[in-house]
Design a protein around this ligand. Structure first.
Ligand code: TRP
Length: 452
């Protein structure tokens, strides 16, 4: 099973994906102020989200990063990501948004100029109406932040064509621009951790499940750059292992002839022990020759703290010191015609720049889970799971869980008819859109601030 992030195929079996790729299930009851997306299981899986939540709890900085393809009209799916970014921001995180103009140029054949126009007219102007704090939000173009391309090269040393083929299904015909774009995206994801962009801190990337290949690739490459590996050992404690790489031979005490320089090796081990102490642990025994340090009084739940201290040390010693990014995964709303949502088929989705009239028309002709006749519907009830009007309330327009539950029950029992469900959706959607368009118009002065 492969996921192709460019195919827009739609993923069917979420559970299978979690098992196969080792995603953890989100338990929303453990989240501070969970949004409707969390409470309804729409954001269903994650990698390493605890790292972010622990930072928040300890009052330490953390950030969220997202990206957009500047190649089409902004739709409700994009709103979902910004809702999440705003949630992290309200918890104290900073927000970085990538305009993937290089990727759109490479994979969709658009000129950078056209990408810029799309990005500003479609996306950034709408973001201005979505409540992001301009002082804690930065939106940038891939083509204008050379550091993300440079990092793509640096990280690219930690992967190869076989891995790219295994992850993405690339083959001999794949263009090299297509190979480069995930590397640049990896650069996007890690660069906020650089000192000039906020420094070492957890960064979470909220994505649709289709983007997980990029996350897997990035996490793999980042972990291969780390100078100190943090692992749980069987006896219950933790073990730190030195990772010898061609850019740290001297620091790690490897001589030109390949032999260990004991003095230098002990020096680096002492520093690691110092970092472990800083993390709050002291029962340490080391084997300098093997480059291993065992910690008896630490356990798996201390992993993030140990990592943080060791990455800080790595930076002091001249390494990159990047944390693996965290990620969360959301499900996609069904398209309005009942199939998948696709920006190239306007009838399948609601664009944020749609007029009220268009929105009403789209909802009225949307796919419904109701029965063929009112009489039959009263008897058998409707199916909210495939009903677009209900699903759009659930994903986008009805914040109140009780209200949603009520509508659901009434639909299932047959009390609420399809036309009535659609009318509720039209009312709620219009209310949201009207409000959004107003905020958007009021906040156009923010566009410049976001792009700073
Ligand atoms: N590849 C993403 C898309 O197709 C866009 C993107 C570029 C991105 N860089 C990113 C998404 C970093 C998340 C994080 O939409």
């Amino acid at each position: 099973m492969k996921i192709d992030p460019w195919a827009n195929e739609g993923v069917q079996n979420y559970k299978e994906i979690c098992d196969k790729f080792g995603l953890e299930i989100v338990d929303y009851t453990k989240l501070p102020n969970p949004t409707h997306l969390h409470r309804r299981g729409i954001i269903f899986a994650h990698r390493d989200l605890d790292n972010v939540l622990e930072a928040k709890k300890a009052g330490r900085p953390f950030g969220v990063l997202s990206g957009l393809m500047p190649s089409g009209q902004i739709h409700l799916g994009h709103k979902m990501v910004i809702d999440q970014a705003r949630w992290y921001q309200e918890l104290g995180g900073d927000v970085t948004i990538t305009v993937a103009d290089l990727e759109a140029h490479a994979t969709r054949g658009l000129s950078l100029k056209a990408c810029r126009k799309y990005a500003i007219e479609e996306y950034v102007t709408n973001y201005a109406g979505m409540g992001l704090d301009p002082d804690k939000t930065s939106i940038y173009f891939q083509s204008e932040r050379p550091i993300v391309q440079k990092l793509g090269f640096t990280l690219g040393k930690k992967t190869n064509l076989s891995e790219m083929e295994a992850i993405y299904g690339f083959s001999g015909e794949t263009t090299l621009a297509h190979v480069q774009s995930p590397l640049v995206q990896a650069g996007d994801i890690v660069h906020p951790q650089m000192d000039e962009y906020g420094g070492l801190r957890p960064i979470v990337v909220p994505v649709g499940i289709d983007q997980d290949p990029h996350i897997r690739l990035t996490r793999g490459m980042v972990s291969k750059t780390n100078w100190f590996n943090v692992n749980a050992n069987k006896s219950g404690g933790m073990t730190i292992g030195l990772s010898i790489q061609d850019n740290n031979l001297e620091v790690m005490g490897i001589q030109a002839n390949g032999e260990i320089d004991d003095k230098q090796r002990n020096k680096v081990i002492d520093k690691v022990v110092g970092a472990i102490n800083k993390a709050g642990f002291s029962q340490v025994s080391s084997n300098p020759k093997h480059g291993k340090i065992d910690i008896k009084d630490a356990s798996v739940s201390d992993r993030n703290e140990l990592r943080y201290q060791l990455l800080s040390l790595e930076r002091k010693l001249g390494g990159l010191g990047f944390m693996q990014p965290s990620s969360t995964y959301h499900q996609f709303a069904i398209g309005m015609t009942g199939g998948k949502m696709s920006s190239s088929q306007p009838e399948t989705t609601m664009f944020l720049n749609d007029s009220m009239k268009t929105i009403e028309k789209k909802i009225k002709s949307s796919f419904s889970g109701g029965q063929a006749t009112a009489e039959e519907h009263r008897k058998k009830g409707g199916n909210p799971d495939v009903d677009v009007a209900y699903q759009y309330l659930r994903y986008f327009f009805e914040e109140d869980d009780k209200e949603l539950e009520k509508v659901r029950n009434e639909y299932v029992s047959g009390e609420l008819l399809t036309g009535e469900m659609k009318a509720i959706c039209i009312e709620k959607a219009s209310e949201w859109m009207k409000n959004h368009h107003e905020l958007k118009d009021q906040n156009q002065h923010l566009v410049k601030k976001f792009l700073k």
